[in-house]
Design a protein around this ligand. Structure first.
Ligand code: SAM
Length: 269
């Protein structure tokens, strides 16, 4: 199966590659901070049904795409920046109404008002404030009035976390995962959505336990978890990097969280 054989970034240097592709290389499939549980809550809140035209920004390895198409929406379009990941997702989308395109969520190329649901996970966090705004604006543009937008991202807590602490978290996280990580507080995430015209209707949070054993078992199952652990143990460079990532996540566990917001594009603007 494509999902089993394809690993994005397999040609990259382990010491430098983005943390999410390193985890994927070790066999991890669920690459979002709140795990599959928070994904399910987001999808339940989005209430995707047979009449929906769904767009997913950054499907990655397609874990959520599979959950979405199990709900049999009228159409599904993934917009994924990594061409090889997009191809791998496309391989399991057999219906002509379901597709995954290579492209950027900042400029999807999709028509105005062509979607009833847009969502994206673990992708806004890695963008600057300006890029975040452009991606959210793009979601707004392609949604019909009344359409729903879901995000699942890395959050900071409490809401009044001081700037010094925020800067330290951003610095240490980015150094560990080799991607510019810019998580926001709940109020800040809401403001990003509201600034583009969305009305936030629901918020769910979960602990940031991406690399904790219990979450790994929940997300990946026993067999895959054992395989991931085995792969990490036999790849010293990867082990070192992943332990560093987990050390940073644990060091800031009181201030990191996973957050999902679901918002609507108002019917009358
Ligand atoms: C941390 S992974 C998350 C993948 C998947 N959403 C998940 O939660 O398992 C980040 C993904 O975002 C994709 N990505 C980043 N920026 C993007 C953009 N502007 N447009 C589309 N995809 C993007 C990357 O290629 C990668 O697949």
């Amino acid at each position: 199966m494509a999902e089993e054989t394809y690993v994005p970034g397999s040609n990259l240097d382990i010491a430098k590659m983005p943390g999410h592709w390193l985890l994927a290389r070790m066999g991890k499939r669920v690459l979002r901070p709140g795990g599959i549980e928070l994904t399910r809550r987001m999808l339940d809140t989005l209430a995707i049904g047979p009449n929906d035209h769904v767009v997913e920004f950054a499907p990655g390895l397609g874990v959520t795409a599979r959950l979405t198409i199990a709900r049999q929406p009228a159409s599904y379009t993934g917009i994924e920046r990594d061409a090889a990941a997009a191809t791998a997702v496309q391989k399991f989308l057999t219906s002509p109404h379901y597709r995954c395109l290579t492209g950027s969520a900042e400029e999807s190329g999709l028509e105005d008002g062509s979607a009833t649901v847009v969502y994206g996970e673990a992708m806004l966090t890695m963008h600057t404030q300006g890029q975040k705004a452009r991606i959210v604006r793009e979601a707004y543009r392609i949604l019909r009035p009344g359409g729903r937008y879901g995000i699942h991202e890395l959050g900071l807590t409490p809401d009044n976390l001081n700037d010094e602490k925020k800067d330290a978290i951003l610095r240490d996280l980015s150094a560990a995962i080799h991607v510019g990580a810019r998580p926001l507080t709940s109020s800040e995430w809401r403001a990003v959505l509201e600034a583009e015209g969305f009305q936030v209707q629901a918020e769910h949070t979960a602990p940031m336990h991406l690399l904790e054993p219990a979450r790994m078992l929940q997300d990946e199952g026993l067999g895959r978890t054992l395989r991931i652990v085995f792969n990490i143990l036999r790849t010293p460079q990867a082990r070192q990097r992943i332990l560093t990532m987990r050390r940073v996540f644990r060091a800031y566990q009181d201030h990191l969280m996973a957050i999902s917001l679901v918002a609507v594009k108002p019917e009358v603007v």
